[in-house]
Design a protein around this ligand. Structure first.
Ligand code: SF4
Ligand code: ZN
Length: 310
């Protein structure tokens, strides 16, 4: 069997799309180096930035934190971690324990905000409302989650938020936008697009890395894996797109990479064209494309529902 393509040592992983065989040490270095190249290519971090890593407590976000600390702490870039406690008994408690343990090992300041303190209800409390609606749990939860991350990042005085999105997340979102006929929002996926919908800039340093490689990196780095998954997980179309892409990749190794570069090419043509007139929500003052932002709209509906039940 041929040795590691880099050092000649015993290989532990073969990258199917490139044919490279790598030992554990060289595989881990390749993930760190790929992340560095992505950050640099899209100028994700700017001079003077304070980076908040959005840490769910799952293996991918903790791997991202670990890689960014390795890469940027020696360059004196301040890095903090922010987490959101949606209030899902059993599930998020375990994830937050992992997040606290890894942040403490890496000596990273960690801020946790909860739906309960920000919105007045936990996800557990809100979801009987959602069951009556035609909104998937994750779309519903995601609206509150994005706002919560912004608030936590602002509280931690961060200028940029790094999220765990991998290559698959990126390509799936691209395809879903096409399937929903949401072409106008493609520009929002531009890695260099400063989205006015978010008060704090967003970057995805893992966007060029396959999710199985991020998982393997986490495993080899001793990052804890969660034993339970979210009981409300309901991604609708996204899981079908994921299964389809995985089947394509199994038959045609590297096709996801090609899809990523095609997506980026198409997206660059739409970048900037999707800017809607930016206005502020009349209730909370956050950036919004309409009079009332999505968070305030959904929050009002949950509150109405809770009142009508009491
Ligand atoms: Fe929210 Fe979906 Fe994540 Fe559960 S899996 S916490 S519902 S986004
Ligand atoms: Zn609002």
């Amino acid at each position: 069997m041929p040795g590691c393509s880099v050092c000649g040592g015993p290989p532990s992983f073969t990258r199917r799309y490139s044919g490279e065989a790598l030992c554990t040490t060289c595989f881990k270095s390749s993930i760190v180096e790929k992340t560095r190249r992505t950050v640099s290519k899209y100028s994700m971090f700017k001079r003077g930035d304070r980076v908040a890593v959005a840490v769910s407590g799952g293996k991918d976000s903790l791997a991202l934190l670990e890689v960014l600390v390795q890469l940027y702490r020696p360059r004196r870039v301040p890095i903090v971690a922010v987490s959101v406690d949606e209030g899902v008994a059993g599930y998020r408690d375990e994830a937050l324990e992992h997040a606290r343990a890894v942040c403490s090992r890496l000596e990273v300041d960690h801020t946790v905000v909860s739906y309960k303190e920000l919105y007045g209800f936990s996800l557990d409390e809100a979801l009987d409302w959602n069951e009556e609606r035609d909104v998937s749990s994750c779309s519903f939860c995601g609206v509150f989650r994005r706002r919560a991350i912004d608030q936590a990042a602002a509280g931690a005085k961060a200028t940029v938020v790094a999220t765990e999105h991998k290559l698959e997340d990126y390509v799936q979102t691209f395809m879903m936008n096409l399937m929903h006929g949401d072409v106008a929002r493609l520009g929002w996926l531009d890695p260099a697009y400063a989205d006015s919908a978010f008060p704090v800039r967003r970057v995805k340093p893992f966007m060029e890395i396959y999710e199985e490689e991020v998982a393997l990196y986490a495993y080899h780095s001793g990052i804890p894996f969660q034993s339970v998954s979210c009981p409300y997980m309901h991604e609708g179309l996204r899981s079908e797109v994921r299964d389809y892409l995985n089947a394509m990749e199994a038959g045609h190794p590297g096709i996801k990479n090609v899809l990523l570069s095609s997506s980026l090419d198409v997206i660059s043509r739409y970048s900037g064209s999707s800017d809607k007139e930016s206005t502020s929500c009349r209730n909370c003052g956050n950036p919004s494309s309409s009079d009332l932002c999505a968070v305030c709209k959904m929050k009002a509906t949950v509150e109405e529902h809770v009142k009508s039940r009491d």
